[in-house]
Design a protein around this ligand. Sequence first.
Ligand code: C2E
Ligand code: CA
Ligand code: CA
Length: 565
Amino acid sequence: MRESEERFEQLTQFNRTVIWECDAQGLYTYVSDSAYDILGYFPDEMVGHLHCWDLAPEATRERLKAQMLERFAAHKPFRDFISSITHQRGHLLWRSSGALPILASNQTLLGYRGSDRDITDQKRSEETIKTLAFYDTLTGLPNRKLLLDRLKQALAASKRSGHYGAILLLDLDHFKTLNDTMGHQQGDLLLIQVAEQIVGATREGDTVARLGGDEFVVVLNDLGAAQSDAALASETVGYKLIGALDRLYPLDALEYRSSASIGITLFQGDDASNDDLLKQADIAMYRAKESGRNTISFFDPQTEAALHQKALLKEELRHAIEHSELVVFYQAQVDDERRICGAEALVRWNHPTRGLVSPAAFIPIAEESGLIVPLGLWVLRSVAQQSVIWQSEARMQDLLISVNVSVRQFMQHDFVDQVRAVINETHVDPSLLKFEMTESILARNTEEIIVKMEQLKAMGIGFSLDDFGTGYSSLGYLKRLPIDQLKIDQSFVRDILSNPNDEIICKSTIALARSMGLDVIAEGVETLSQRDALRLLGCHNYQGFFFAPALCVRDFELMHQKEVA
Ligand code: C2E
Ligand code: CA
Ligand code: CA
């Protein structure tokens, strides 16, 4: 027995096997010395202290215990039973166990005798093989196979959400020349760096894959439900990639300048197949090459045209802000007696050829491009100047003016300073100003917003929560903001008479305002019966076409005069 045990020990040293015995409860009663080499535990530390499953990682321990005890109960042998265990120093090992039950003569279970083979290396090479099958060995990026899989998932997700996604196919410019003249090794060096650039220029959730050769693919998900938004977002990423890739790459003997051409195609749902989409992106990529390389191109010419249209409008808008093509209109806010108690400033664009353009057409572009910041500031200054003029006229002296402030504008780090500068410059009375902000402000970083609002509040400026009821509103948070007024969104006023849900929303907004000691105003009031319904629910301030549309200064003054007369 001793001899055979020694032989066992030698054997186990060699092939990394632990021999063991345990009792009917799984508690080790014998463990071979090899345990120390393999697991980092001396047999003494295991025998009488540990069960067969105790070394399993915590996450799998209970399951392993249950599995083993089930076999114990049935006196079942173990054969190639694979489980993971933790080495004394913390790293993970894989073992393959074989064991037979030890039975008393009356067939009761005394325990098990078995062996655990360390198969960690084998497991690792399996992982490596899996990796090889799905990842490109040169760059470590997903390969074509994994890309197709991810793409399929992306299409399914897009079908569920209705959101657009995009495929960007990147092809290096003149890569073949480099490969032919400098050799493949230099080509490989370039590809590795290109892969790093692409990964660096994309977000974590985007798939970046190497299709083969010098072709890479980026899949963008969740670009929103509007095609124009998706086009713009993917265009932005496209140009970011162009910028990141157009540079000098250090190779062995020289620095090599490279760039890429990118073809983009959008997808929504899973109507188009993987192949179709890659083909589309390919066609677009060739178009980018044709138009001089180092650029992007969309598969769908309409997408491209729409983008150009938008870009044009953006340039025109920039020009408009600088050349005072903008005008502020004022829409009256009234009480139950139709007395004007305030006005909302609404910007208009007096376009040289298109005429008066509605903000609905250009505010979104201003938001997207960041032009909303100078635009908003221009509106504020213009309103302040007007308020000062009205202050010198007895009839208009107390007119409170609401100014729309976009979240993006408000989030400027120096927004409070900008406002202060306008006040100092124009000498406007800040207590005649009210900022209208949409509920989406509530979804932002709380503390910063509270601090800013309180600073503005301290200057005397009021706050109204615009489009109330349409978005995110954490009432707990609402309480912490120094808000003066809730503005019931026009979509609820529109159908207040016919849609009980809308009526309930109006009613609860009014109740909420009252409970929090806030004013409430309803916008989009178009008929007397809407006004009456609101009044019945306890709302006594209104704005809407029933009273007056937004008017230019002159018309607004005339209306005001008539009312007072
Ligand atoms: P908003 O702040 O919700 O403004 C109310 C919009 O409803 C205005 O459209 C107004 O003309 C319209 N409206 C007023 N009464 C009625 C009515 O009885 N029925 C209907 N159907 N509509 C009514 P407008 O002037 O086209 O402005 C659209 C949006 O553009 C505004 O929505 C606001 O979000 C934005 N906007 C306008 N001016 C500015 C500005 O100076 N800065 C910022 N950031 N946004 C602005
Ligand atoms: Ca508003
Ligand atoms: Ca509104």
